[in-house]
Design a binder for this molecule. Sequence first.
Ligand SMILES: *Cc1c(COP(=O)(O)O)cnc(C)c1O
Length: 245
Amino acid sequence: MYQMIASFAGMSFIGVPLRGDFSLDLGAMIDVIEREQPALIFLAYPNNPTGNLFSDRDIEAILRVAQGVVVVDEAYHAFANQSWMGRLGDYSNLLVMRTVSKLGLAGLRLGFLAGPAAWIAQFDKVRLPYNINTLTQVTAEFALGHIEIFNQQTQQIRQQRVHLMQQLVDMEGVTPYPSAANFILFRVATGMSTAIFNGIKAHGVLIKNMGQSAGPLADCLRVTVGSPEENSRFVEALRAALQQS
Ligand SMILES: *Cc1c(COP(=O)(O)O)cnc(C)c1O
């Protein structure tokens, strides 16, 4: 989406591939930043679809080197224990973006950007009048009035993530990656991701096949953490698919 929206806005986009362990390739990032002087850098924290949090030191180095703004995209914040929100103001070019989408309110189309007043004032100039519709505003106010229900849900997903992670760790032929989001990325044997994806689907469970690309996501699948019942159905489907493949 960063790439698509950049091109809609008439900007050029440069993606910098992550390293094999999904950490930032800081050397490559700094080279590109120095060469291209980007107006805008996005860092998803936790990252999608890998689920990891980039290291503080890497992000600090990027903030220091970047001449433009650095937006830390915290769409999955509710499932992570870390945030850059508390560090707003430490760097004049740091902005933090969040959304209510991953709390289960994706249909509201509501998100927000936080950062130094000088930057927010500039973004306000290009914001469309009434860019957030009344139904969304009223619904968001109602939902925030019951925030404890959303907190319970995210808490349950975080607990289920630990449980699901343990089951994947114990399973032969599967390598899961640590996640601070509401999904887990895992790797299967070379060339097997599509067969396993189809096997899981044949058992009535749909996850995401990330594994067709070459590069660091080769042979990877991504599963969203669900209710305890959904997670056990997924684990059963995965076991069956692994046996058949
Ligand atoms: C879901 C998501 C968003 C925001 O989605 P919206 O529904 O448009 O608010 C932003 N960044 C990442 C990495 C996401 O996964």
